[in-house]
Design a protein around this ligand. Structure first.
Ligand SMILES: [Zn+2]
Length: 545
């Protein structure tokens, strides 16, 4: 493992009492895009108290504490313009047992997790694989009883086709020697006693006992997500659809100042409380939680033939896709939300889905230039619709890693003509459209450097395909940075305080271990974030190893 560069900046700043202090970072190599052009800065002065950037590139600053940045590379804090914070956090909340190569290590990991989360009513997890273990035998309830006999434990196998329970969980599910008789999907020992392994349909016996996720677990999930997001350099995440319960949790956390990064949350239009939440009006808590937009969804995804296409799928001529919300439903929701000055962020993947969404958003009453409506994904576009994005001031909220994840499938689905308007970042840039970039985590990984890499190379991490997949649509590194910073800030009505390193904006920045403007683009995904700062406060750093 590579030892990270000594984070002198962090160590020095860590020792400072940061209260009421101006910090003058000198000798840095910072890049910042203002929406028009890229700037390189070698210093940054900010007030740790107000969180604001005071000056950049001014040598005559004397009343601040100087900190030598030792030539390290600094970027504005990155945005993810489309992610799902709670879902990601929930996926992190369960214990992940993938890759452990012995029963002992697997059990030990589950034990450590149980000890770290004493307040969870169940120990839940997945990913174990006995094929990786020496004797390849299924484990038993007694292995887990060694962790706890009082708290139920239920761990799914890596493929989801088997589960492993301890004695308490079996007891709660009513699975014993008698009830298991005659059910071959409940594994039993020589005496007919269930071993704790349940296969396929027998897993339902357990799953119906597992309690719903509690509010407390959700909050914990969000906290885990925030820590992970900060660690990969994201200081601002646009959450693509929250329901009422999530709204309350975010609001509570922001009021308690327990929201280390900034969140621009879209209200899920499918939530029963959506209209009431819109009627509450815009919410902005300290520029950390901003709610003034609604997520809608016209179609599904390309891989599952859910994206709505003008013409049939090339590889399934009887399929056109299917509406998630019909144009009529979307129109009604749009008419309601513009009355309340809310921005519409409409998921559209297929070319017809996009045409229909653009038709609806292009109506004068939508006040698009003021409300900055967005099309989420904008994945397959007719060439004429690319022009219409610009004509009607619509923002394309796109996910560069979707292109590299989909590239083996997309052309099968849409054929050689329609692919020309697919993931067409450069055509959109050339047309003058604002592209805001994100990942759609947890569908993709959270790391924005994977996104910048995919945007610039249109290759996977093995540098395939050679030269890049439809490389004419690749972004330059500058465009990619722009789309992950200032453009995304614009798409969140947040460019007055976020998205670039300029005086008057919040000091949200990251320190990274390599110069992404200079290195071979194939290496960009390996970039490590050494420090993350939000509002002049350090919220993450890599410890010296
Ligand atoms: Zn999404």
């Amino acid at each position: 493992m590579r030892i990270p560069q000594l984070t002198c900046l962090a160590l020095i700043l860590f020792c400072l009492n940061a209260s009421a202090e101006r910090i003058h970072l000198t000798n840095i190599k910072a890049y910042s895009h203002d929406g028009k052009q890229l700037h390189q800065l070698d210093q940054l002065l900010f007030d740790a108290d107000t969180g604001l950037i005071l000056e950049v590139n001014d040598n005559n600053l004397t009343d601040a504490r100087r900190v030598d940045g030792q030539g390290q590379v600094v970027l504005p804090g990155l945005h993810d313009a489309h992610g799902h914070i709670l879902n990601y956090g929930l996926s992190r909340l369960l214990v992940d047992l993938r890759g452990f190569e012995s029963l002992e290590d697997t059990v030990e990991h589950a034990r450590a997790y149980a000890a770290d989360n004493p307040d969870f009513p169940w120990v839940l997890g997945r990913g174990w694989n006995q094929v990786l273990w020496a004797d390849k035998a299924f484990p038993s309830r007694y292995d887990l009883d060694a962790i706890s006999k009082d708290k139920p434990i239920w761990l799914e196998r890596i493929d989801g086709h088997a589960g492993w329970a301890n004695s308490k969980a079996l007891e709660l599910a009513g699975i014993n020697r008698e009830t298991a008789k005659g059910n071959d999907l409940i594994l039993k020992d020589a005496e007919g006693v269930p071993t704790g392994i349940l296969i396929d349909n027998a897993m339902y016996l357990m799953e119906k006992q597992v309690p719903a996720i509690t509010e407390h677990m959700k909050r914990k999930a969000i906290e885990l997500a925030f820590a992970d997001l900060a660690a990969v350099g994201l200081t601002f995440v646009h959450d693509a659809g929250i329901g009422e319960a999530n709204y309350r949790l975010f609001e509570e956390m922001a009021k308690q100042q327990h929201m280390p990064i900034r969140v621009y949350a879209m209200l899920a239009s499918g939530d029963p409380a959506f209209q009431d939440l819109v009627k509450r009006g815009h919410l902005n808590i300290d520029n950390h939680l901003i709610i003034r937009s609604v997520k809608l969804m016209i179609d599904g995804a390309l891989g599952s033939y859910g994206a709505i296409m003008h013409e049939p799928y090339s590889d399934q001529p009887d399929k056109h896709g299917a509406y998630v919300q019909t144009p009529e439903q979307i129109k009604a929701a749009l008419d309601f939300l513009v009355q309340h000055d809310f921005q519409a962020n409409v998921h559209a993947i297929g070319d017809r889905g996009n045409t229909e969404v653009i038709d609806l958003l292009a109506r004068p009453l939508m006040q698009s230039s003021k409300l900055r409506h967005r099309v989420e994904h904008a994945q397959i576009l007719r060439l004429n619709d690319i022009i219409r994005f610009k004509e009607h001031d619509l923002i394309a909220s796109m996910q560069p890693t979707h292109a590299t994840s989909d590239m083996n499938m997309a052309e099968d689905r849409v054929g050689p003509e329609r692919i020309k308007g697919a993931y067409a970042w450069q055509k959109l840039f050339q047309a003058g459209v604002v592209i805001a970039s994100g990942s759609d985590f947890p569908v993709e990984l959270i790391n924005p450097f994977h996104g910048i890499h995919a945007a610039v190379t249109r290759q996977n991490h093995d540098n395939q395909p050679a030269g890049g997949w439809y490389a004419n649509e690749a972004m330059t590194v500058e465009q990619a940075l722009q789309s992950f910073t200032i453009n995304a800030a614009f798409a969140a009505h947040a460019e007055s305080f976020s998205g670039s390193l300029d005086p008057g904006k919040q000091a949200d920045f990251i320190v990274i271990d390599q110069d992404i403007m200079r290195i071979n683009p194939e290496l960009i995904w390996k970039t490590r974030v050494l420090e993350t700062w939000v509002g002049g406060q350090q919220i993450h750093r890599v410890d010296k190893q």
